[in-house]
Design a protein around this ligand. Sequence first.
Ligand code: DC
Length: 219
Amino acid sequence: MARLALIAIDGPSGVGKSTTAKALAARLGWDYLDTGGMYRCAALAALRSGLGPGDPGIRDLMDRLRIEQIGTSFLMDHEDVSAAIRTPEVTRLSSPLSADPRVREALVPQQRRIGERGGWVVDGRDIGTVVFPDACCKVFLTASIDARARRRFLELQAKGQPAEFPAVLADLAERDHRDSTRDVAPLRPAEDAMILDSSDLDLGQVVTAILARHQRHGG
Ligand code: DC
């Protein structure tokens, strides 16, 4: 299989995939695609239409949905929804909604069209396994649930958002479980992915490890 010049970063929620992917894209002069942001747009659209996972109207909704990522901003039908897709309500719905096969059938082809010519760092849950199995560099970024919950808790505190550590931990555990046990495109490392545990690493160390892998594997 010809290798595509693309770095795929998969891993559980709260592991720092997007921060890592953005830093890598900046270092390489590549673009960054946030596939989780696309699932969040789908969740926001579903919320606004009063639809949930499994509802018959989801297919129609997905056919009509126009999502665009410009830099790190998301536009949905030309409306800037970058802040609206990060609310707790959208975060909660995006996990069960992304397990609906009709949502994935609509978004995966869009992701492939965006990245097919290479020069992208793409993060998500199924990038190395399903979306770009031909990516030249695949990373499964992981960290203990305690480390991820601690980081998320500190982030929320820094933003002045009220949060309780046990609730943050429970929420992550629930999303981990749902994302890795769903029938379609469950979260798991590709066979040829480097598994990188970032529990005790800072961003610079993670980026250095991935760049070293990328240099070894070409692209
Ligand atoms: O990475 P994130 O938290 O922004 O992702 C939001 C949700 O979308 C998350 O619950 C899992 C889902 N997702 C997915 O199923 N596949 C992807 N490639 C990216 C995200």
